[in-house]
Design a protein around this ligand. Structure first.
Ligand code: AHR
Length: 504
């Protein structure tokens, strides 16, 4: 008997538009945590460091990724941070006990250095204000320092510190994960809603052109989710533009089929937050639509044991250094696909984080820089996922996993770049044993041809990259052809695929 081949079909049409992709869904995050800043983006004396101490080898990879916005300075760190510690002459800056991660913060890098670095590499800054130990006063001073041109105490202090021009930071987070018991200055939803509203009001009085992110739940697992969103947005709906979502996944019980289905949880999370926002919109009879900022997302679990063994109170210990394997790259691909499917509401997202700390880019102190497995789906989505997200009608065989039923083996999103006349089909084959024959109806794209089919695959789901050996890297060896308006292709078992069509 001949075994039958698994088959899937996708219909793509120019008319099935979800929304223009906001490039800021390819954002990332640098926190004063572990070796993200010190030993990551910044290392005085490193052979590639520039005159300000920022590593050029790291800059190059971030630029290759094309990261449009970077969240800073935390994360949990921000809830105990005095931003004034990080400005002015470096030799006068205090060393502080950093309570979120129990390290010593030397303040060698602060608001000015970070913002100048980000702008140099072509990224905007998403700045978070401290609503843990501080509040309205601190936030209004910080925004005056950053964005006011001059002629006032804080703006003139910035000029005195060598930054004549205002930073003009547009996007601001009103605190971080304020529902979490681990957060310094944790708040009830009522407390957070009030302080966030008053802080937003004051910040907008200083600079009316900013956009603000109201803190959502720290994850779907929080007992107060989604009531937190409902209560806090009741306060902040009129002053905020976005609500934040955070989520990390791990394959702790080594059940890969279940693990690869976790993006369905993310999809459900997004749906629930959209519904909650729209409920508040209806309650307030508001015309305004609240957008979603998924400003922390990734895989995070590999480093948990190692972190529990790190002694407190050192500068830049190797915290949260997950070494990602191939299956993590597949899930990251599906998470990116999930954002594209929600391009109408998810307008910002930050892979957490960018360098060394749960990151696509790793460094050696004083040495090399290298790319983790998850670097590649992030690179491909950022590079080819700009344009209009189209809704693919996917007909795929499904499976049941421990926590999910009817999981499609083929997960897909499609982006149409009208200006450059190119169409990109992103597809993950979640099947761990079988290749899947995929037919994709693209008849509305007349005159197109297959330009490239990039595949990320490894026979070893646990394969990792290191500074010495890149075990997982993309190949342009996908087998795709376009015949009479149909792309015919084979998706290798357990693979990330980027099928690019361009006008012939
Ligand atoms: O990204 C690591 C941490 O995860 C962040 O500091 C915090 O916001 C989240 O819990």
């Amino acid at each position: 008997m001949v075994a039958s081949v698994q088959k899937a079909r996708i219909i793509v049409d120019k008319a099935f538009r979800i929304a223009e992709v906001d490039k800021r869904i390819y954002g990332s995050f640098i926190e004063h945590l572990g070796r993200a800043v010190y030993g990551g983006i910044y290392e005085q004396g490193h052979p590639t460091s520039d005159k300000n101490g920022f590593r050029s080898d790291v800059k190059e990879l971030i630029q290759e990724l094309g990261v449009p916005i970077i969240r800073y300075p935390g994360g949990n760190f921000v809830s105990g941070y005095n931003w004034e510690d990080g400005v002015g002459p470096v030799e006068e800056r205090p060393r502080r006990l950093e309570l979120a991660w129990r390290t010593v913060e030397p303040n060698w890098v602060g608001t000015n250095e970070f913002t100048a670095w980000a702008r140099e590499i072509g990224s905007d800054v998403m700045m978070a204000v401290n609503l843990g130990t501080r509040g309205v006063d601190d936030a209004r001073n910080l925004i005056e320092y950053c964005n006011h041109p001059g002629g006032s105490y804080w703006s003139d202090l910035r000029r005195k510190h060598g930054y004549e021009q205002p930073h003009r930071i547009k996007t601001w987070c009103l605190g971080n994960e304020m529902d979490g018991p681990w957060q310094i200055g944790q708040k009830t939803p009522q407390e957070y809603g009030r302080i966030a509203y008053e802080t937003a009001k004051a910040m907008r009085l200083v600079d009316p052109d900013i956009e603000l992110v109201s803190c959502g739940s720290s994850s779907t697992g929080m007992p107060t989710f989604p009531e937190w969103e409902a209560v806090t947005l009741d306060h902040t709906y009129d002053v905020a533009d976005f609500v934040s979502l955070h989520q990390y996944y791990g394959n702790r019980d080594n059940d890969t089929a279940n693990y690869l289905a976790r993006s369905m949880d993310m999809d459900h999370f997004i749906h629930t937050v959209i519904s909650t926002c729209d409920y508040i919109k209806a309650k307030k009879r508001s015309k305004k639509t609240m957008y979603l900022s998924f400003d922390e997302w990734n895989v995070w679990y590999h480093s948990n044991d190692a972190d529990s063994k790190i002694d407190p109170w050192s500068i830049a210990p190797p915290q949260l250094e997950d070494h990602y394997n191939f299956e993590d790259a597949l899930l990251v691909g599906s998470m990116l696909i999930t954002f594209l499917k929600h391009a109408d509401r998810v307008k910002m997202a930050c892979m957490a984080q960018l360098v060394n700390v749960i990151a696509p880019i790793m460094t050696e102190n004083g040495g090399r820089v290298w790319k983790q497995t998850i670097y590649y789906p992030y690179l491909h989505a950022s590079r080819f996922g700009r344009g209009v997200s189209l809704k693919p009608i996917v007909d795929s065989p499904v499976y049941d996993a421990k926590d999910y039923t009817d999981v499609p083996y083929v997960d897909s999103a499609v982006v149409y770049d009208e200006e450059n006349e190119s169409l990109t089909i992103f597809a993950v084959n979640r099947h761990l044993e079988e290749d899947i024959e995929l037919t994709c109806d693209v008849r509305s794209f007349e005159g197109y041809k297959v330009a490239e089919h990039i595949v990320l695959h490894s026979d070893d789901l646990k394969a990792v990259n290191t500074a010495d050996h890149e075990a997982v890297k993309p190949q342009s060896n996908g087998d795709s052809s376009l015949n009479d308006g149909y792309v015919e292709t084979m998706l290798s078992k357990a693979s990330w695929n980027v099928i690019r069509l361009t006008k012939a």
